[in-house]
Design a protein around this ligand. Sequence first.
Ligand code: NAP
Ligand code: F7E
Length: 338
Amino acid sequence: MQRTALVTGITGQDGSYLAEVLLEQGYRVVGMSRRSSTITNERIAHLAGKIELVQGDLLDQASLVEALKETRPAEVYNLAAQSFVPTSWNQPVLTGEFTALGVTRILEAIRQVDPTIRFYQASSSEMFGKVTESPQHEGTAFHPRSPYGVAKVYGHLLTVNYRESYDLYAASGICFNHESPRRGLEFVTRKVTDGAVRVKLGLAKDLRLGNLDAQRDWGFAGDYVRAMWLMLQQDQPGDYVIATGQAHSVRELCEVAFGRLGLDYRDHVTVDPALIRPAEVDHLLGDATRARTELGWEPKVGFEQLVTMMVDADLARLGGGRRADDPVLASSMYSRAP
Ligand code: NAP
Ligand code: F7E
């Protein structure tokens, strides 16, 4: 019988890639999205007719119960959250409502409607924050540095607690940063690839960034969603770090992205103190040994390949379908940057 998967946050970066993996696996895929006055389906437009959508909001318990009753999933992937760290300082209460209490609401809905549903929680490396050891693994202590990180610790521990209290199949992916051409423009990778392309095409003069020394373990979102699915196919539920095991600085990210376009980032990137965070996470590096050995999961896309893919996609979007290795780019028509 065809299995149904319900994905919250289907309109986000991960939701769109996960839907593709689930369709490949033969699932009926239902995405939960909240009502808004403007359409936010850009990332899943290519899946129209292949997936179904149901309305629901993590702030509204009744809508979650209704979505489960209506769609009867075997698996629920909880990807919805307020996921941008800086916003969590401006809207700490709302971040807690979505990102922390939203997990309680959906787990309670599962208990009420069908406790056999398998549940995936999108936990985050931001829970490690001010790290106590490196690399970080499933047993590393949490020391979150933002209201977002704190909210994710709550969601993570609640998932563990519901597994232990009610014997639910509840698993958690402690995912390190993962990126793609579908990443939101405010996150640093996409801000840099989009910004570098704008400079190259003469659409912007410079790019303002915050802390260039911060280091992250950046992977490709398409690889990470495979791990999410694998986590719900095991005999027993568990928690898994998903990471590449390689860290790079924001400065290196700029070097690769601008370099792809034949530019030197030092000529175009300026540091804006307003973009420095109240409390920074300086360095994250993940140890995904457990995922490798138990799930058989490996990342396929490395850092340079990822950044190159993102630059090329932004160039195709903003530059009329060109690639960075297109010789026309070197011509004066596309070289209006100072
Ligand atoms: P994203 O692109 O920001 O997508 C977030 C999704 O959540 C969007 O579909 C958004 O819908 C939805 N959402 C927000 N508030 C909601 C609410 N109240 N009710 C229902 N839906 C709501 O995030 P992502 O990068 O795909 O990440 C997916 C999940 O993984 C998030 O939980 C994030 O915190 C977590 N995570 C991400 C990373 C990463 O590097 N990407 C790493 C670790 C963990 P709208 O379109 O309506 O805004
Ligand atoms: O920042 C530095 C910034 O916003 C990365 C979310 O998906 O991954 C993401 O959270 C680093 C930070 O991601 C700018 O200070 C410098 O050190 O791309 P980011 P994040 O905060 O690591 C985790 C795992 C999640 O769970 C989150 O949901 O880059 N940085 N200059 C900057 N960051 C931004 N956004 N913008 C800058 O101008």
